[in-house]
Design a protein around this ligand. Structure first.
Ligand SMILES: Cc1cc2nc3c(=O)[nH]c(=O)nc-3n(C[C@H](O)[C@H](O)[C@H](O)COP(=O)(O)OP(=O)(O)OC[C@H]3O[C@@H](n4cnc5c(N)ncnc54)[C@H](O)[C@@H]3O)c2cc1C
Length: 462
């Protein structure tokens, strides 16, 4: 432990109620791990907070001692921001309380909640909070960056459904942000990531929903081009109730995949219909007509099943690297570039993920929140996923190479939660015309950049 972490530890010992884990302590080795195995770091101290006053004291002591500090909710930062070497981790994993008010269709939840904690509690009242697609993701990191998922087209981004935040600021004071109090901070927290403080509570709107229709199917290599051409036109006219994501990948060697498709490039479609099942049938059938019939599955699933079905595809501790961007229009040559990329994919778990946003997310006026682009509906994410460090070069260079070829056709902009740790130069691009306002708010609430392990907005120099 460094000298300054030793100082933080000694100061916290007096009043900290949660766990203080130093290297060598029981539980430290597990507690230091984050989801992305690329970031095998050893913090000097992990302060696992029991409550808000623990967060306040940890932030105060660390900022006074000038100790590098990471904030951790679910530990799913693709860029590894929720850990560090030798510094402090403020770990919120003990703070997972959720309170639902079914009549008001509102919930409050603590800053350490996973998506699964929120879904389980809200579903007891037959309600949903629109969030992401893997239940072990942290809610705080996801919402603060924006938050996209199966319900984005129907109910908007996660951050669009937040009515209030409570946070511990860099000076350790408690600040509330909503439409009436600290409106600038409220604006910045909806898309601005962890730049402004530790959010200890979210107040959110909920919506009634307990089940959806889920349809899935595979399209073989020879038809992928036609499928993507069809998808781009179809989604432009599709109802808000329909979300259709397509992953371009090599088909897995599993029983449900026809033998001749295994290991070959395929487009894997997942469609979710959130409205009346009878109304959705014609849209789903039309979309699935582009899939090979013997690979098609469709049926009603509970919302909780939907939210956990991808959990095992993204295990903790594997190595991940990503790059992402927006297309206003997906032109034929970009589709060709993507198909060329799939042929050279370095592993079965690596993929080109395509999502079409629009819908309720696009109906929010761009300047209302800090969140990046809402106007370009096509989001492409290159997500490499592999096991051994010996595969780092092949996977990282595949992502970089494909991205470089596609970038000229993209619209400038990027979703901060789908960025890697080597993209700090793209942060202004993520906020574009909102950048100057972000810098103003950052300079006011965190003038010394205490919260800097994030897609960082640097404050103005004094
Ligand atoms: C398997 C997987 C699936 C995903 N699926 C989706 C998806 O469907 N939709 C989507 O939009 N994104 C998705 N993402 C991206 C996800 O939104 C980001 O990785 C997000 O940062 C994860 O949040 P976390 O709390 O787990 O992260 P952490 O690693 O804990 O933190 C990430 C960042 O948020 C900050 N932070 C965390 N908690 C707080 C807090 N309480 N107050 C202030 N700052 C805080 C940290 O400082 C850090 O900078 C996914 C990521 C993974 C790994």
């Amino acid at each position: 432990m460094t000298e300054s972490c030793e100082e933080v530890y000694s100061s916290l010992l007096r009043s900290f109620k949660g766990d203080l884990l130093r290297p060598g302590a029981s539980g430290y080795e597990d507690a230091r791990l984050v989801w992305n195995g690329m970031f095998d770091r050893r913090p000097g101290l992990i302060a696992r907070c029991a409550d808000v006053s623990d967060v306040q004291i940890a932030a105060r002591v660390a900022s006074q001692a000038g100790v590098l500090t990471a904030i951790r909710c679910g530990g799913h930062s693709l860029a590894g921001f929720s850990t560090c070497d030798s510094g402090l981790v403020i770990d919120l994993s003990k703070m997972r309380q959720v309170t639902v008010d079914p009549e008001a269709m509102r919930a409050r939840f603590a800053g350490g909640c996973l998506l699964g904690s929120v879904d389980t509690a809200t579903q007891k009242a037959g309600l949903v909070f629109p969030s992401g697609v893997v239940s072990h993701t942290g809610a705080a990191g996801l919402i603060l960056g924006g938050g996209t998922g199966w319900l984005t087209r129907r109910f908007g981004l996660s951050c669009d459904n937040v009515e209030g935040f409570t946070l511990v600021a860099a000076d350790s004071s408690i600040v509330r942000a909503n439409a009436k109090e600290n409106a600038d901070l409220f604006w910045a927290l909806r898309g601005g990531g962890g730049n402004f403080g530790v959010v200890t509570e979210f107040e959110v709107k909920l919506h009634p929903l307990t089940a959806v229709v889920l349809a899935e199917g595979l399209t073989p290599e020879s038809n992928i081009c036609a499928l993507l051409g069809f998808w781009r036109e179809f989604m432009a006219e599709a109802p808000l109730d329909l979300k259709w994501n397509i992953n371009l990948r090599l088909a897995p060697h599993t029983e449900n995949v026809p033998i001749e498709m295994r290991g070959r490039p395929v487009a894997s479609s997942s469609l979710v219909w959130t409205g009346e099942p009878d109304v959705g049938r014609k849209y789903l059938e039309h979309a699935l007509s582009m899939c090979r019939p013997d690979t098609v599955n469709s049926g009603t699933v509970s919302f909780l099943n939907l939210q956990t079905m991808a959990d095992s595809d993204f295990p903790h501790g594997q190595r991940y690297y990503t790059k992402s961007g927006y297309f206003t229009r997906l032109d034929d040559s970009s589709i060709d570039r993507m198909l060329e990329a799939v042929v050279t994919i370095p592993s079965l778990e690596t993929m080109v993920e395509l999502a079409y946003l629009g819908g309720a997310a696009a109906q929010v006026v761009a300047k209302e929140t800090a969140f990046g682009d809402r106007s370009a509906p096509f989001v492409m994410t290159l997500l490499a996923n592999w096991k051994e460090a010996s595969g780092d070069d092949a996977h990282i260079s595949w992502v970089r190479g494909v991205f470089k070829k596609l970038q000229p056709a993209m619209k400038p902009g990027v979703y901060v939660n789908f960025m890697s740790d080597d993209e700090q130069d793209r942060v202004p691009e993520a906020y574009q015309e909102r950048w100057d306002r972000m810098v103003e708010v950052k300079s006011h609430y965190d003038p010394n950049n205490f919260f800097r392990l994030n897609q960082n907005v640097q404050p103005k120099k004094p």
